[in-house]
Each structure stands twice: as C-alpha cells, then as structure tokens.
Write a protein that binds this ligand. Structure first.
Ligand SMILES: Nc1nc2c(ncn2[C@@H]2O[C@H](COP(=O)(O)OP(=O)(O)O[C@H]3O[C@H](CO)[C@@H](O)[C@H](O)[C@@H]3O)[C@@H](O)[C@H]2O)c(=O)[nH]1
Length: 366
C-alpha cells in the first residue's frame, strides 16, 4: 500500500458498443458482464491494495452520477465527481491532476480507465505499486504496455526502446490509434506494444507537460481551488466546496483541447516510460469480447443469462438480461442481446457498426 499515492478512474465514456444493455445513463463500466460486480466496482476493488480508499476519485458526468454512486456505495459521494460537460480524457486528466494536486502537490497518481477487465489483481497491484514508486522520483509519464495480439486500430501504440531496469522501458514514440497499415507494420516489427490506457505520474510531471503542450489545461490545474484543508471550520470548507463547484461549472465546459489525453499529452510528452503488463488485460471493446471470458459450448455458442434455448445454432453470442426466454434455431454467428425494452440482433462481424443503428432507435432507449 502506498499511503500517499492517489488513483483517479475515468468513468465518463458512453459505451454505445454494448447497446441495448448499455444506455447513456448506464455505460459499459456500470454493467455486470462477467460477474456480480460492475466493471467499475472491480476497478476500484483492484486498487484497494495499492492506495488508500479515501485517495480514490471517480470522474463521471451528470447523466451517470447517480448510477455511479449507487455502484460504489463504499466511496464517499464527494469522491465521485460529475464533469459538467463531455470534454474527453485530456480534460478529465487535467481535472484528476488538479484534484490530487489540491490535496498534495507532491503526490504520485494513477489515471485509470473504468472499463477494462483484469482478473489477476495481485500482479496488477504489484506492478501498479512499482510504477507509482518509480513515478515518485521521475519526470516521465508512465504507461502499461500490452503485448499486441492483432493490428487493432482502436489502441495507442508504444514504440519500446531500451530497458531502464526493474522491467521499465523507455518509450521512443507514442502513436494514438494509427491506421490499419501502420498498425500492421508496428506489430510486424515486434518493437511496439498496445497502450493499456493506464497512466501513472507525479502531479508536477504532468503539469510540466501540460504547460508545454496544452497551456489551458495547465492554467486549469494551477487555478483549481484548494478546499481540502482539514484545519478549516465547517462553514469555511462549505464555502470552498462551493467555490470549487463554481470553478468547475465555469471553466470545465470550455476547456481546450477537446481530445483524448493520448493525443493532447502522451504523443507529445518529452519522457514516456512503460512497464510490460504481466497481468491479463482486455478492454472489452464489444459483445465479441464475451466468449473469451464466459466460455463457449461445443457448437461455439457463448450464452449468458437464464432461459436461452438453442437448436442447430452455432457460434452465437446470446445475452439475456431480463429473464425472458430467448430461442435460437438454425442460425449462426449472431449476437442476440435481450433486455426488457429492446432487443439487438446483429451479425458477429457487424458489432462495430452498432453505433450506426442507434440514430434510428427511439431516443428514450439510448
Ligand atoms: N471522466 C471522463 N471519462 C471519460 C471521458 N471519455 C472517456 N472516458 C473514460 O476514459 C476511459 C478510456 O476512454 P475511451 O474513450 O474508451 O478510450 P479508448 O478509445 O479505448 O482509448 C484509450 O484506451 C486504449 C486502451 O483501451 C488505449 O490503447 C488508447 O491509447 C487510449 O488510452 C474509459 O474508462 C471511459 O469511460 C470523459 O470525457 N470524461
């Protein structure tokens, strides 16, 4: 346990790829896809051995705030913060860094996604603790590297350079979401890894990079009101909390640039280092991620939920969520998702296109 470190979980994504189970107010990280726990609860539980529970913040948004607080009843309501507008992860990273800096300007912190699946929490905790320890004495921004299993274009790529001891490698280049041909080249070269979307830095190291590349984010971090002093009277601390809420409401919605932290900071940072993840990792990008974790029957069907009846069905993914019976007969390679008010039937090869059907769905079902 690193008593002085912090962790911030970015939980403001929309998660359209898991419609109809996911909705605007219930994105992927609030779903129980693999266990009785939501992905975000798993993400917080994994951190319990790494940083104090009181040092964990979750960055959400107004639409998801209530559901996120309900999913994490063991966090204090003020640890779950609603961003007043969707400004992407560069702004979320700035807010996370500002929050931690307002408590301890010397702190190290991890900025983590809410929706990846990692089962080996012991190895995760050990490696994350190691990265926090290294970041404490470094100006580098640290990442986790995942050995690529395909030339996927939905990830950032890390060009790995020399070893730095303790399993850390210098990153020669960070390239966010390259095109297919470039990704294929990277994977073939053997020198590149996927970026896991988990970042570790000293508050001062991130602020220094923001000063160079995104001055508006740096100003936001520097001017963020401090309201964490325990020496304050109750009245004074309420006034400071109000000042912070007013600052967020005024400054966050126009914060620039409105891009991900990968484009805004990581691609440009002077020093990036990485640790090759020794734990399992899956970003659970779509319905087709399910069979690897939930298993398949002898005909290649992956079934979750009670009341699924199959005959002559092969290679399907069937997710029943409301208890109604779903029967499949003589079909193959379908994704069938049943909820109380909407049903998805898609070809396995078309799940990346779910977003395209959503404009045709009644808005109250989004
Ligand atoms: N608070 C907040 N969180 C957000 C926002 N937008 C996204 N998030 C959250 O930030 C995390 C990552 O966001 P994505 O938008 O899903 O990122 P990505 O396209 O998957 O790319 C990132 O992750 C990949 C690994 O999965 C990386 O390979 C890639 O380089 C990048 O870091 C998720 O937990 C998502 O809920 C936002 O505006 N605000």
């Amino acid at each position: 346990m690193n008593e002085s470190a912090y962790a911030c979980i970015m939980a403001g994504g929309s998660g359209e790829r898991f419609w109809p189970l996911s909705r605007r107010a219930r994105p992927k990280h609030l779903l129980k896809l693999f266990s009785e726990r939501t992905l975000i609860e798993e993400a917080v539980r994994r951190l319990e051995a790494v940083v104090p529970l009181a040092h964990i913040f979750v960055l959400s948004n107004e639409a998801q705030l209530e559901a996120t607080r309900a999913a994490l009843p063991f966090l204090a309501p003020e640890q779950i913060i609603a961003e007043p507008a969707k400004r992407d992860t560069a702004a979320a990273a700035a807010l996370a860094t500002a929050l931690v800096r307002s408590r301890d300007p010397e702190a190290v912190m991890a900025l983590l996604p809410a929706d990846s699946l990692i089962k080996d929490s012991a190895t995760y905790a050990r490696q994350l603790s190691g990265a926090l320890a290294r970041a404490a004495t470094s100006d580098a921004l640290l990442t986790f590297a995942i050995k690529p299993s395909s030339a996927a274009t939905g990830f950032g790529y890390l060009e790995m350079a020399e070893g730095l001891g303790g399993g850390f490698r210098r990153v020669a280049r960070f390239v966010e979401k390259p095109d297919a041909a470039t990704a294929a080249q990277y994977v073939a070269s053997g020198n590149y890894a996927w970026n896991a979307g988990m970042f570790i830095w000293r508050v001062g190291a991130f602020l220094a990079e923001a000063e160079r590349h995104t001055p508006a984010l740096a100003t936001f971090i520097r001017e963020f009101p401090n309201c964490e002093s325990s020496a304050l009277s109750e009245g004074a601390s309420v006034a400071q909390a109000e000042a912070r809420a007013a600052f967020l409401a005024e400054r966050f919605p126009t914060l620039e640039p409105r891009v991900s932290v990968d484009y805004a900071i990581m691609e440009k940072a002077r020093a990036v280092e990485t640790l090759v993840a020794e734990f399992d990792w899956d970003d659970v990008g779509s319905w087709t991620a399910l069979p690897a974790h939930l298993g398949e029957d002898e005909a290649g069907n992956c079934v979750s939920g009670a009341g699924v009846a199959l005959h002559g069905a092969r290679g399907n993914i069937v997710f029943g969520s409301s208890g109604r019976t779903v029967a499949l007969c003589g079909v193959q390679d379908l994704v069938v998702v049943e909820t109380a008010d909407a049903i998805l039937v898609a070809h396995r090869d078309s799940v990346q296109e779910i977003k395209q059907v959503l404009p045709k769905v009644p808005p109250d079902l989004l």
